[in-house]
Design a protein around this ligand. Structure first.
Ligand SMILES: [Zn+2]
Length: 300
């Protein structure tokens, strides 16, 4: 499932290719992608628009269009955005160009297709079809994300103090706290495990139990884990393998995620898997401290 580093990788790699291009046509092949807006209606609204940029907010991709509008896309479980040029497919999630037969694999899962004025195409592919898109005026963009997409972890606003304000009084386990998109935006199952390991915090520690030094460690751990993912070109794939059965390269760089039974990179003890909030969670019981619930509530 794409998390912040994967979405960021798609945006960074495709933006220079798309900026300034005109969308001749948007063909929505799957009504689920645009619902509740009918495919033809979304297509008509986007046709003729000039692309001003491709950015990210949380796990959302933001395709900036002229006329102060943004086409917001979410990859959900298995969505992907690729650039198609003749027989070649540029797939940022794979960090490479794909050739020949691989184009037909992508085509099988095609949900929407943008035809650009230079003859190239952008494909939204999605085998499990949970991905979605909607068009919104830029003036309503911020409000749309209120309560759904929290603080950007790679922004200057993501401080230990901000994290502390979010965590105060919360009894939820740290793992669940990090997965809540309305708190820290863009962190999913993989990077939550990696961040907690780097911060040396046990995933079951109550969020409200963190002291200032833990808040600093967690803030640093989240940033370091996400930056490592971006440096590796994202490419992490969690429960899902794509049509070719391949996995990305970030997988090889995980410190603890999916490494049950393997030695901890720090103490050589065994990495353990537990389930927290229905999600597989990997950690080192020796290195990661389980904090106790604080006896007093913080005064408001
Ligand atoms: Zn360890």
């Amino acid at each position: 499932m794409p998390e912040l580093p994967e979405v960021e990788t798609v945006a960074r790699q495709l933006e220079p290719e798309l900026e300034g291009r005109r969308i001749e046509e948007l063909e929505v092949l799957d009504g689920r992608w645009s619902r509740p807006v009918p495919p033809e209606e979304l297509g008509a609204a986007v046709a003729g628009a000039t692309i001003e940029g491709l950015g990210r907010r949380g796990k959302y991709l933001l395709l900036g269009l002229d006329g102060e509008r943004t086409l917001v896309m979410h990859l959900r479980m298995t969505g992907n955005l690729v650039l198609v040029e003749g027989d070649e497919v540029l797939d940022p999630s794979e960090g490479r160009r794909l050739y020949e037969g691989e184009r037909s694999t992508s085509a099988r899962h095609l949900r929407a297709r943008f035809l650009l004025d230079d003859g190239r195409e952008v494909w939204f592919t999605d085998p499990r079809r949970f991905g979605e898109a909607f068009l919104i005026e830029n003036s309503g963009l911020a409000e749309r994300f209120v309560g759904r997409v929290g603080i950007e972890p790679l922004s200057p606003e993501f401080t230990p103090e901000a994290l502390g304000a979010m965590a105060a009084g919360r009894t939820a386990p740290l793992k669940s706290f990090l997965l809540d998109q309305s708190g820290v935006a863009g962190v999913g199952n993989i990077y939550a495990d990696e961040a907690l390991y780097r911060a040396r915090l046990h995933p079951l520690s109550p969020a409200g139990s963190m002291k200032p030094e833990h808040l600093q460690a967690l803030r640093d751990g989240v940033v370091a884990a996400l930056e490592a993912g971006i440096d590796a070109g994202g490419s992490s794939i969690d429960d899902y393998r794509d049509g070719r059965g391949e996995k990305g390269t970030m997988q090889e760089k995980f410190l603890v995620h999916t490494r049950e039974g393997e030695p901890c990179p720090s103490c050589a003890g065994e990495i353990v898997r537990i389930v927290v909030g229905g999600r597989s969670t990997y950690f080192c019981p020796s290195c990661q401290v389980r904090l106790r619930r604080r006896p007093r509530r913080r005064a408001k």
